[in-house]
Design a protein around this ligand. Sequence first.
Ligand code: GLY
Ligand code: MN
Ligand code: MN
Length: 433
Amino acid sequence: MDKNLYAHHMATLCRRYDEILEQSGFETLNVFSGAPRMQFLDDNYYPFKVNPHFKALVPITDNPHSWVIYQRGQKPKLLFYRPVDFWHYVPPAPQTFWSDFYDIELLSKPADAQAFLSPENAAFIGESEKLQGWSLGEENPELLINRLHWARAYKTPYEVACLREANRIAINGHRAAEQAFRSGASEFEINQAYLGAAGQGENRMPYGNIVALNEHAAILHYTHLSTERLTEPQLKSFLIDAGADCNGYCSDITRTYAYADNEFAELVTAMDEKQLQLVDGLKPGLPYPELHRQCHLSVGELLAQFDIIKTSAESAVESGLTRPFLPHGLGHFLGLQVHDVGGHQTGPDGGTTPPPAEYPFLRTSRTIEENQVFTIEPGLYFIDSLLGELKDSDLAAEVNWNKVDSFRPYGGVRIEDNIVVHATGNENLSRNP
Ligand code: GLY
Ligand code: MN
Ligand code: MN
């Protein structure tokens, strides 16, 4: 990564933190990377997941017991944990594109951090379970955290570069996954192919990979990874939702494939066109829920076009008929966390705007602005439980149930890209990298 880009990023970050600390009445911020967690009645740890507020300040995702001490107007201090330990890997002292921007102290014991922490006018951000008796400052002040979350929606060019790279890595994985699917691999094997091509392990993935053959595509967060190999005519469809990591930033990409050239393949192509139209609809000034409504209209059009419903798209949106076919939101903020924070915030100082009552799972109620990064992920699924409820409802007569049954074995379709809203137009990070 380019050092000048990081210098620019740090300058922006320091300006933001200085201003937010001043507004919030703090001089110092003590941010803890986290402590490993032991499994119940065991001597093995859960995979380590870093405090997102720590990786927001320094691109380290895999080192527990470390700290960033941020004092207003001063160069940030990094307390980097380097124990003497013959059981575990000990990372070298940082010497990379970002290391000049911190005063770095090496800690050989977790408790040594206490000597550097100043609780005076300080706020602490992190989990304090393993820090009982330490003087940390005010723990996780809500207003301060709200302001930091609000600011995280506006990405710097360095952050966009990380997201771009996280997409490039994921795209390599997606290509390998499609090939594995075409050659008859099991979900488990496809996932291995994905991880191998991405060059990242399971614990580094920003979320559990969704690798779903056939009707499994109708399970929105399917992470089971069956080892069963399917062959034609049993093998019908493949939905994969998988990302990658770059310096703590996430990608989140979904593709759907048909095994044969059939009506489901046509549905995938038609959804792809609708998805690209929705990407074009992402424009500064538009409330994101408006685009979500347009997405339901698009899904209504597909349902009508493929003869799945007997009414118009408009009437299907109006009556709620599109909802069982698309129960999730159009998309969300993306950044250091896959569902990045702040999507429902009304302003930096608190308050949230809930999603529209009829779309409770929409993660973004904010108005679209420049330098924000969103996913756009319309879907259309054949979910037994939701279709069962629909069949028992007043809307049942508006559905072509034979057609629904013919699509059930395919599970469903979702296409998801990651989009940067620039002043000059949108950049789709997930296509043509
Ligand atoms: N992979 C989770 C999501 O698309 O939101
Ligand atoms: Mn996804
Ligand atoms: Mn997503």
